[in-house]
Write a protein that binds this ligand. Sequence first.
Ligand code: NAD
Ligand code: HSE
Ligand code: NA
Length: 429
Amino acid sequence: MRQIKVGVIGFGTVGMGTVKALWNQKEEIEKELGVGVKVVKIVDKEWMIGRPMVVPPDIKSSDPSEVIDDPEIEIVVEAMGGIDPAFDYVSQALARGKTVITPNKELIAKKGRELFQLSAENETDVYFEGAVGGGIPIIHTLKEQLLGDDILEVIGIVNGTTNYILSEMSLRKTSFEKALEDAKRKGFAEPIPTNDVEGYDSTYKIAILATLCFHGRVDVEKVYREGITRILTDDIEYARELGYTIKLLAIARRIGEDIELRVQPVLLPLSHPLSTVFGVENAIYVRSRTRDLTFRGPGAGGDATGSAMVGDIIDAIRNIKYEARGRVGCTCMRDLTVLPMESLISQNCVRVLALDVPGVLGKIASEFGNSGVSLSAVKQPVSTPGKLTNIYFLTHRIQERNIQKAIQSIQNLDVVKDVYAIRVEDGES
Ligand SMILES: NC(=O)c1ccc[n+]([C@@H]2O[C@H](COP(=O)([O-])OP(=O)(O)OC[C@H]3O[C@@H](n4cnc5c(N)ncnc54)[C@H](O)[C@@H]3O)[C@@H](O)[C@H]2O)c1
Ligand SMILES: N[C@@H](CCO)C(=O)O
Ligand code: NA
């Protein structure tokens, strides 16, 4: 039986999950494909750190060239994360005609163009099912099954760490810091967790989804981004009173030939299907001219992502076996223009931290009015005369540029310490 050799670079949460899933499924895969599959080298730069997995010493290495330059290794798993040196390693592997499997959304979002060009030139493939929605088979679905569909929008909860944090804050009143610590311990968080909580990870994922859904490249720098670090448990409480929950959504919506593209915490109606996605679970909602689809499942973690990576390995083995490498190339044909945020229209929930003194509400309300923003509700959860207190204002639907103008002028009031706005997501722009 022919043996396909696999090399792994990066043996952390996902690297281990992938090798574990491959070893677990090895017999089944070999029986199914009629091809042997063997992990022959695992490279990591920090073997000193203990791992919950035993690896034969002869396949351990700290030298990536033992994978990249080994002509017998046909499939390279890159699971180290980041751009530098992952981009170089992946480029070198592709240049040598190897198939690359990676869960690295930053790499695909920022360097996809170069990598797909390189894989096309070398008639090989780059697979990245683990990069979006962890264990949810969304990439394969969009690239193959939905390729012919006319997709209008894709909305996702695509970061497990932030969804876990918001869920813990909402369901158990856990503090932000404690929930983040839990997410790190469980292996959901990125090597640099700022990438999760400040929304960067979601921008990479929505750039990838938009590229696949709208068949055009998206410049990841153009994705509007807000993280969840300013959300308070009180915000979630007030949102619930109004019939909403707070979720970090990644949204890509086609408007004419252009797209709306943003990552931000939003007030989402409790009746919306994504409002009941809790913890590390992710969900991706796709609306096309012919159908509405929701994909839901574990968005992070070694086991779920490892399984997705093994799905890619199986596809890669088939391509190699039937000499069909290069089969799943890039599906983007043009560059997409991203609309400026100022033109978007929505309701907003604005939290104002102000001194609780006579006339404060009037002063703030006038500034909303002066900026052309009309209000639909006001709430002051605790009243502590003379002290700083949070007051919530719910606006009617209005253009983003008016909201920004109102925020600016409210911020300038001497009784105001801080202003923060959360958009209401109602499915319209
Ligand atoms: N953790 C998840 O649930 C998850 C899910 C989907 C995708 N991802 C992506 O998977 C990738 C890896 O994430 P992770 O959570 O497994 O991270 P991790 O920190 O657990 O593992 C990364 C491993 O790579 C090693 N490494 C880093 N730089 C290296 C280098 N230059 N040479 C050799 N080894 C190196 C580290 O020592 C570490 O063992 C990232 O791109 C991440 O975005 C993670
Ligand atoms: N850190 C990421 C891993 C999965 O891509 C998350 O929390 O969703
Ligand atoms: Na996936």
